[in-house]
Design a protein around this ligand. Structure first.
Ligand code: TXA
Ligand code: MG
Length: 315
């Protein structure tokens, strides 16, 4: 059997038997395992080389599944689920004992999301258990946005890769926590803060990293493309890096004399988000010595893009 395919029944069978399947979502590809099988959860950490203190997101088919998995769900969290699920929003809530401490790294809260991808939803509905699924990349590397990316990086180590085409959002989900008195955004991502605030009013954003961050995926070096990356005014950075093999990731202007990828030729921020990780990987393939890039307008999805650029630059 080829590792890469579109057979949801096969994927369901492997997951039921405790195997690992890479699954498409609208954000990035996930490395999925049965959330009720501790051996399978442990394998996810091993395959990703992920430290055990970095908790996993539990993916469910719909919000009703949370009845047994989460407790004390505040009305604002309910509202976000109603409006944005399925979609690129992860909600952190106090957990029940049905959620293993392995998933949450011992935290009393757990992260949940309903992914908005027809294949992922079909799979989740076919199963009688939820799926833990971190992004399907080795720890600290750029998240995969195609099935081929997964195959290149984890091909040997997964039992099957469900191919759902390129991810439509291209950035990981936004994470919001409802474990304190007030909702707190822990990771900027595929759903903008503006969209969230339209529904529940202003929220605090606390995505800075520390040695034991609340959302450890937010460690500062988390999106390493494997090559140095600098951000600023492109013309100036080009002068500073004369003589080097430079690659340019620009927002909307093309640089035809250089190895260049333009994130959003149409100036559409969603397009830029969708292209970002692909661009970082492509630069790796081009074997450039340094990536020169620029900030995008810091609003809507642009904030999440700038956040990922900043992290990619910090190596
Ligand atoms: O878009 C996504 O969210 C993708 C797709 C596959 O669904 N998944 C993803 O998972 O990005 P991962 O493991 O790469 O990132 C999950 C983040 C981690 O940074 C983790 O720290 C945070 O979720 N997280 C999980 N449980 C948490 C909890 N109880 N409290 C705070 N943060 C939590
Ligand atoms: Mg990740």
């Amino acid at each position: 059997m080829s590792k890469l395919g579109t057979n949801v029944r096969e994927a369901a069978k492997i997951l039921t038997e405790g195997g690992l399947v890479a699954i498409p979502t609208e954000t990035v590809y996930g490395l999925a395992a049965n959330a009720f099988n501790e051996a399978a959860i442990t394998k996810v950490f091993q395959v990703k080389n992920r430290p055990s203190f970095d908790p996993l997101i539990t993916h469910v088919a719909n919000k009703n599944e949370l009845n047994n998995l989460a407790k004390n769900i505040p009305p604002d969290a309910q509202k976000l689920m109603d409006v944005f699920w399925p979609g690129p929003l992860t909600i952190v809530l106090p957990k029940t004992e049905r959620i293993s401490d392995l998933i949450t790294s011992g935290l009393p809260s757990a992260a949940f999301r309903v992914p908005n991808h027809p294949i992922a939803l079909k799979l989740l509905r076919a199963l009688d258990f939820p799926l833990v699924a971190p992004s399907a990349n080795p720890f600290t590397y750029v998240s995969p946005t195609t099935a081929q990316h997964v195959e290149q990086q984890l091909g040997e180590k997964v039992d099957y890769i469900l191919d759902g085409g390129p991810c439509q959002v291209g950035l990981e989900s936004t994470i919001i926590s409802f474990t304190g008195n007030l909702p707190k955004v822990l990771r900027l991502g595929g759903l903008s803060i503006e969209e969230i605030e339209k529904e529940i009013g202003s929220v605090s954003v606390q995505t800075h990293s520390s040695s034991r961050p609340e959302a450890p995926g937010m460690l500062i070096n988390h999106y390493s493309p494997g090559i140095p990356l600098v951000i600023g005014e492109i013309d100036k950075l080009l002068k500073e890096n004369k003589g080097k093999k430079v690659g340019i990731i620009s927002y909307k202007k093309a640089f035809p004399d250089y190895i260049n990828t333009v994130l959003a030729p149409s100036e559409n921020m969603a397009e830029a988000a969708k292209n970002l990780f692909k661009a970082l990987r492509w630069m790796d393939d081009q074997k450039v010595e340094i990536i020169v890039t620029e900030w995008v307008p810091n609003e809507g999805l642009g904030r999440a893009i700038n956040d990922r650029l900043k992290r990619a630059a910090s190596n």
